[in-house]
Design a protein around this ligand. Sequence first.
Ligand code: AMP
Ligand code: MN
Ligand code: ZN
Length: 887
Amino acid sequence: MKTSKKKESTRRPQENNAEGNNEEESELCPGFKDVDAFVKYGLGAVLSATKASAGLPQAGDDYDFYRSFPGFQEFCESQGDKLLHCMSQIMQHHGCRSHIRDQNKLTGVEERFDLVVDSNDVILERAGILLDEADGVNRSQNPVMPAGFQPPKIVVSSWNRKGSSSRSETFRLLHAKNVARPQLKFKEKVDNSNTPFVPKIFIKPNAVKPLPSYFSNKQIRKERPEDLDVPAALADFIHQQRTQEHVEDMFAHPYQYELDHLTVPESLLSKPEPQMYKPMAETKLSFIDSLDDLVTLNEKLCRLSEFAVDLEHHSYRSFLGLTCLMQISTREEDFIIDTLELRSEMYILNEAFTDPSIVKVFHGADSDIEWLQRDFGLYVVNLFDTHQASRALNLARHSLDHLLKQFCNVNSDKRYQLADWRIRPLPEEMIEYARADTHYLLYIYDCMRAQLLESNHGQPGLLQSVWNKSKDVSLKKYMKPIYTEESYLELQRKQKRSFNTQQLTTFRLLYAWRDKLARQEDESTGYVLPTHMMIKISEELPKEPQGIIACCNPVPPLVRQQVNELHLLVQQGREMPLLKAEIAAQKKKGLTPIKKAEVTLFGPHDTSRGSEIDRPQDTADEVPVKEGILFSEEDHKMDVDEQKISSLLAPAKITLFQEMETPADQESLSVAQTKARRIIESFENPFRMYLPSTGVHVNKNAKFDPSSKIFEISKRWKLQSIEQQQKEMEVKKKSTEEAKQQAKKLSEERTKAKQSYQESLRNITTVRQQAAQSKDGAKKRAREGSEVGEVTKQSKKLMKSTEKAQKTEPPAKESFTPFDYAQSDLKVFDGSKAKDDTQFDPNRQAQGFRKKRFPQGPKNNSSAGNRSMSYLSGKSNRGFRHNWPKR
Ligand code: AMP
Ligand code: MN
Ligand code: ZN
């Protein structure tokens, strides 16, 4: 075993790089030969800093005591200053706001902390972009090659060459320059439409509860509104009516019932004897890329009591993402399935995957469960997730690397994790890497079960909890990212950016453009326009198309292609009128909105002056210009409380006929403003007695002094105006009532029309359905005939498994007959270019239908949609912002 371990530890061949010899190149940065040297030094420094900070006296008594010594106090202050200075410099270097050292005590710790968090985000994002660039992700995109593969190229980044020892490892980033789009080969077109995901399943092996008719009835399922031979609006309507009754089924987990009733057998709750893995070198590896081999594999798996599974995925050049590879390991063999090739056939594995008597071991299956549903219609019944086990055991880290090291003493690294898994043929190293992800997993599963029992004094409670958690994972449902009018706000919130009206409008428009294009071109949103570039464009609002290009480095191909379109969107954003507060804030920052000079004095007949908010549009599309500023620490984002700024900077104006401020208004006035107001109020308005009480400025006191003339006049005017108002109200009331009645009449007529329309529709539907049914019936009969025909070995096998299912699960007996795919040669389902293009309320997916249906309601999946959404941005996000389960 020892020797095997040794072998295993070198399972990822390190390249003795040919490039290692030209080391005479200049140093990476002063004192450091290469990145590794720098990183090593940096890590050391960070580590000692962390240690030192942990050694500081604790907040509370300790600290307070020390602090009573002036020497300590001084030291703290000077060190604190140094640190803040250092942080400020780093932040400034990255162009972040940095008044962290600001002695102004008004900026609370919280705000400063926010500053640090924001800056961290910016710096990390920048690092991500640079890594992407180094990775070649953003290299100028060559046109996609037609079918026929390019040999994958291995890129050794020059900045990462090892210095002295030429034998040492090189960080290898694998990417292929021109990978043929696998989507082109897919038999079933990818459905990127903005409609909720509907499970792909159409046959349900191991069913206890039969598959709802919606899924098994191809007629309903595959029918798209556009295929109906009627006008579009009518087609949509018919389609909706037809699918309405299936809505609940459509969004439920197809194996919900089976999973809810799944119990862990005693044998899996008792202590196992860990079964050592076979050395990889002595293990047979099969690469599966044909249907025949897949069927054979499925048969093999059905005879086992457990196997391990993992997937590799690609998300950059696809809107929803693509599962590129499935690795399966049994105790004896390893398999690698080309899931790009067998995408439409993978569903046959449901026979093994949903068999409750076979344990499927995954590590961190959260995403895998979703990808299996999305791409293949595969479900997992009886899952054991070693990531969940690692959590229950409270291990130091929960990644697969860690488990491999701990249980198998295998040194693995995840450097291929983000490789482009679409590459074909797969390079040897990538195959070896993928294989290792499952090869050891069954042994780890044994060890972890044993440990779970051990650590719980032999009681099965903890182990049981892992089984339960794993079941929750397998109950996850895939949620398609749905675009709504508010989607952009969610992203904006996540980015913690505050935009003015023009910027926000632009951001919204760019977001919509990006989403639409990404769906249409089947690219990730990150490929179409990375979020950080979208933010930059929104912030800068470039006047020229060239300015948009300048916001992007490197320029995404689709941005370059559609720059004029984008320019129009930015223009549209710039045309939005700015709010008063925004204008003020811009002034503060040295951006002067070009705007007609405020009219500060005007006569009583001057009607040109409207309220600030409904300022005519023409002033708004004049663009703010940045004034020359020499020293500005200010960020060009507007993060300071807009309210405060606006009240501080509200243009001073003297008006003669100003109406009293409402108390609410007064509350928002600064002390200076209130004073100014009082002074103004103390001036008497010579015209006041001729003016109606509304819109007139009267001395506050005079107005309420019954002895004053003003009181009288104002009362008279008030009475008059009240009368006037009452009259007006009455007129209004009358007219609204009339309008209401009219509307009522109209709606009555409309409902009548609708009723008769529906009646007529019903007739249409029945005719169409009759036709469809008779066609369907004929087909079915034909198929049944052929199926009864010859019985091959495979179908016998399948019949056997059907018998098994029927024996153990009586309820399915009458209603469920497993589809004999061996007989069908899968042609039956082939003509399926149709996608499930349904016209649903996009929110349906999220609004748990399951809850309605299964009131005992399983675990929250609400984040699933978000997660997959955020995942879309793919590599460019590099997982900073989302919580990838540790692998
Ligand atoms: P694994 O289970 O570790 O083999 O990961 C499966 C797939 O998940 C990989 O092929 C990647 O596409 C994706 N993936 C894993 N970790 C990350 C991450 N940190 N960021 C982005 N994608 C990831
Ligand atoms: Mn995985
Ligand atoms: Zn993997």
